[in-house]
Design a protein around this ligand. Sequence first.
Ligand SMILES: Cc1cc2nc3c(=O)[nH]c(=O)nc-3n(C[C@H](O)[C@H](O)[C@H](O)COP(=O)(O)OP(=O)(O)OC[C@H]3O[C@@H](n4cnc5c(N)ncnc54)[C@H](O)[C@@H]3O)c2cc1C
Length: 494
Amino acid sequence: MQKKFDVIIIGGGVVGSMIARRLSRFQWDVLLIEKGADVGVGSSSANTAIVHAGYDPLPGSLKARLNVLGNTMFDQLAGELNFAFDRRGDYVVAIGDEEFAELEKLMVQGKKNGVPGMSILPGAEVRRREKHITPNVSGAVWASTGGICDPFQITVAAIENAINNGVTVMLETEFQDFIFEGKRIVGVKTNRGDIGCTWAINCAGMYSDFVMHKAGIRPDFKITPRRGEYFILDRAEISIDNVLFPTPTEKGKGILVTTTVHGNTVIGPNALIIDDKEDRSVTTAGMDEIWEGAMKLIPSLKKSHIIATFAGIRSYGNGPSRDPSLNYNHDFIIEIPEEVQGFVNLGGIESPGLTSSPAIALEVEDMLRDAKALPAEKRDWDPIRLARPRFREMSHQERQLIVERDPAYGRVICRCENITEGEIIAEIHAPLPARNYDAIKRRTWCGTGRCQAGFDTPRVVAILAKELGVSPIDITKKGPGSEFLFRKTKEVEG
Ligand SMILES: Cc1cc2nc3c(=O)[nH]c(=O)nc-3n(C[C@H](O)[C@H](O)[C@H](O)COP(=O)(O)OP(=O)(O)OC[C@H]3O[C@@H](n4cnc5c(N)ncnc54)[C@H](O)[C@@H]3O)c2cc1C
């Protein structure tokens, strides 16, 4: 067995990364293993990016409590980790009298969940606040604590802070099984060999059922993948100022239209149960469904505004709530099970898992404390993670200064989004180095504009190859098997 760690976290999504950061405060040797070529490649990279206020989950459920608590933690977290977070509030829009009557139910549910700052607005006020909204709007629930963020940025910021505080991260490392001594987990088997641990934490998202079954618990627990498809619109063409949900139905929250921290408008998602946990395809039927949904809220949207599509997959579980009287079987599972020692089990962390992630990490810390497992805190733990400079956010004077210091900041690599070579190089040498195209894209927002990476891709490949000291042939889009280039076609002289 390789080195023994105190804790191994299985899965580097937003939940695993938040837990890694939380546990980095203690005198513990923590390892996070992630099977992908980067962190945040599962549900945490493809979702709606809303920091939900908390009126949606069933009152009394763990989802409701951790949603509301997680939401309150975002201001401090954004300050410490320096990620983009905009608490601009959200609206649940009603069209017609029947939907207006539904708004009161949300108000009651929000109150039960302890959500502050909610009110019902008349249609005229909603029209005043969002100039593009349908003239048929009859009113809206306004939740002032709702917000928007960049979920990938949060994941990277949390794991970088964890790394700076001593956590080890192994990418392209796939959990395969546990190693037991009696009922106690003493290590994990991976594609890179066996690694010892005292505690293992299941943060495998879509595959949390596989991991818990390997631990020998909850044989009936199953993750059902539910795909959500989206459109991204060109921010030069249309700018929606708000987060606009439709009135929810039994089928879910419905198709929303929202602005993002990057200034684009995003519409979606639908909810389609699928068999394949990796099937992120977008379908014509799905696109039609979300377009129709969005048009009900914003009829002036035009298909010519669309610049990209994507899909994310929800880890829809069948975990019973801790409170059996709720009779609710789709709650978050967060537990230290009795049947096996040295295991913290998480499962069914679907929406609002992003919003809840800091509170989930706190819940895990509290459980470990109750189990008398936590060691002393580190004296030198540093909560601050600094963001790297963003050229497009700088004043003219700041740009001049940074280019004088480092001319790479004067070379624009992505023209749509104004991303420079200096920013890309900085990400390649960050605490968790960006080693493929998507890792650069998600960190810098390079290639996300109107030309959809047509201009920057060969340039980013060349920069990655140079900085990593490898051949361009070895550079991938998102890890092994996604290489851009296959062979040299000619030698360039000079
Ligand atoms: C369409 C959609 C919209 C959503 N919208 C919102 C929203 O607006 N607001 C909100 O709060 N929440 C939202 N969510 C929910 C939120 O995205 C998730 O709850 C959250 O990202 C879950 O994070 P996670 O870390 O548990 O899972 P993931 O991000 O999926 O991370 C799990 C990680 O484990 C890794 N892994 C899996 N198996 C193994 C293995 N064997 N070995 C090693 N690593 C492994 C995976 O590669 C992955 O990186 C949405 C989700 C979807 C899909």
